[in-house]
Design a protein around this ligand. Structure first.
Ligand code: NAP
Length: 460
């Protein structure tokens, strides 16, 4: 007779084979969608113990269903540039999973955008949104439009054309987009205006990340960066560490990076480096955030300009070498796959103690292995950068109630949500025999709620 342990092991082997088979089918059905497959693999690998313990998830084909978007919309976005030429871009919206609430997730405008990128982001969003504890499903969208170098009038014409089509598919109780790379307050403003015009009514809750004067939430702009730092602070606390007097490296110099830097500095850290897609700056005395904010938020300039005002700082072309700078805490806040295995090894050999993912999927699967193997505290994106969507959900709540909370109220709620996500991830990791592994913990904690909701709602 098999011992309990052997039974468990053989069952886990069967589950592993089942998961591998489902993954192979996903690969076959989505060829050339590298980023999407990477995101699916990371989640699937974490779910073996939860599937072994809960065979109803296999019987109900939750994996097979959860990897298939409920809807993937692709559309033409024609617009006229300043020279009078007609330009055509491609728009996307993936409405991935609405088991626990209306679809929710940002819009990305970047030339690299394609179906694979949008699907990886939408897939991640399902679990992230579930982790926040708020009633929001997973979605994402965007376009291969490149906002760089475009005039304000071109941005407006493009976003109006984009929203003319997108408006058919979204609404405050259906699907609520927000910003992401290349989509900030200006783009959200133009899209909100166009949506209002198309619908002939004021539906404040259709977009989040709005300006404060027309239904936006205080602390939304800061939420993702602050939230990432709050999450990392919890990881550090558990090991008797803290931000105070730590050396921090942050990639990017956009919305997430700027506010991650701000909060880390408020907690007493010295941030020595940040970047944009051209290169990175290293300021051994600590970065002057006022300069970065002015260059990036107001003047729309390259990060290389920083060294003109701070001659003691250095500028280096190219992004990946930012990870060769010795630091205690690394916060990748730019884009996907920016830390590969080699960069991860460099960070480890230079003594990094914690990595918190502000960007979505910034570490490759191999890089994550390195961090986990070397016992580096690792906060995965789904959990660590959930602060943005959490405050977006708080914006929706304020819109529904037709009231506005103060900055302090929203920030306090954000802080509590991030602590809770950390606790839930730790708990799930322990429950499923992977103590300290927050990749497993966050994936499982996010998955279970969605899977249970899918089961009770029937085969739809
Ligand atoms: P953003 O304001 O547009 O800033 C993006 C930053 O990353 C910029 O400094 C940009 O440099 C750099 N970057 C973009 N693509 C790059 C590339 N391929 N290689 C190197 N650097 C690159 O965008 P964001 O809102 O901060 O988003 C950053 C990351 O956080 C993304 O992964 C996004 O999905 C994730 N995220 C954002 C939110 C949110 O609330 N905004 C929430 C959760 C997760 P350039 O200016 O030179 O392009």
């Amino acid at each position: 007779m098999k011992t309990m342990e052997k039974m468990k092991q053989s069952y886990t082997k069967e589950v592993q084979e089942y998961v591998d088979a489902v993954y192979e089918a996903v690969k076959k059905r989505n060829p050339n969608e590298e980023e999407f497959l990477q995101a699916v693999k990371e989640v699937f690998d974490s779910l073996i113990p939860v599937l072994a313990k809960n065979p109803q998830y296999i019987k109900q084909a939750i994996l097979e269903r959860i990897v298939e978007p409920e809807r993937l919309i692709s559309f033409r976005v024609p617009w006229v540039d300043d020279q009078g030429n007609v330009q055509v871009n491609r728009g996307f919206r993936v409405q991935f999973n609405s088991a626990i609430g209306p679809y929710k997730g940002g819009l990305r405008f970047h030339p690299s955008v394609n179906a694979s990128i949008i699907k990886f982001l939408g897939f991640e969003q399902i679990f992230k949104n579930s982790l926040t504890g708020q009633p929001i499903g997973g979605g994402k969208g965007g376009s291969d439009f490149d906002p760089k170098g475009k005039s304000d009038a071109e941005i407006m014409r493009f976003t109006q054309s984009f929203m003319s089509e997108l408006s058919r598919y979204i609404g405050p109780d259906i699907d609520v987009p927000a910003g992401d790379i290349g989509v900030g307050a200006r783009e959200i403003g133009y899209m909100f205006g166009q949506y209002k015009k198309m619908r002939g009514g004021y539906e404040a809750g259709v977009l989040t990340g709005k300006g404060i004067g027309y239904g936006g939430s205080l602390a939304r702009k800061e939420a993702t960066g602050y939230g990432t730092v709050y999450f990392v602070e919890e990881m550090l606390k558990d090991k008797g560490l803290r931000f105070k007097d730590s050396v921090v490296t942050v990639s990017g110099s956009g919305n997430v990076s700027i506010y991650a830097m701000e909060k880390a500095m408020q907690l007493g850290a010295k941030v020595v480096a940040c970047s944009d897609s051209g290169g990175y700056i290293y300021d051994k005395n600590g970065i002057n955030l006022d300069t970065v904010k002015r260059l990036k938020e107001i003047e729309n300039k390259r990060i290389s300009e920083y060294v003109k005002e701070h001659p003691e700082a250095l500028y280096f072309e190219g992004c990946t070498d930012i990870w060769s700078i010795p630091c205690d805490i690394a916060l990748p806040c730019a884009t996907q796959n920016e830390i590969d295995e080699q960069s991860a090894k460099l960070l480890v050999s230079n003594g990094v103690k914690a990595v918190g993912e502000g960007a979505n999927m910034p570490s490759t699967l191999e890089a994550i292995e390195v961090f986990l193997d070397q016992d580096v505290l690792f906060g995965p994106a789904k959990a660590a950068n959930a602060g943005g969507v959490s405050v977006s959900a708080l914006e929706m709540a304020q819109n529904s109630m037709r009231l506005s909370w103060t900055f302090e109220e929203v920030d306090a709620k954000l802080h509590e949500i991030m602590k809770n996500i950390y606790r839930e991830s730790v708990k799930a990791a322990e429950e499923y025999d992977a103590p300290g592994n927050l990749v497993v913990g966050a994936n499982i904690a996010g998955f279970v709620k969605v899977a249970d909701a899918m089961i009770v709602q029937g085969i739809i």
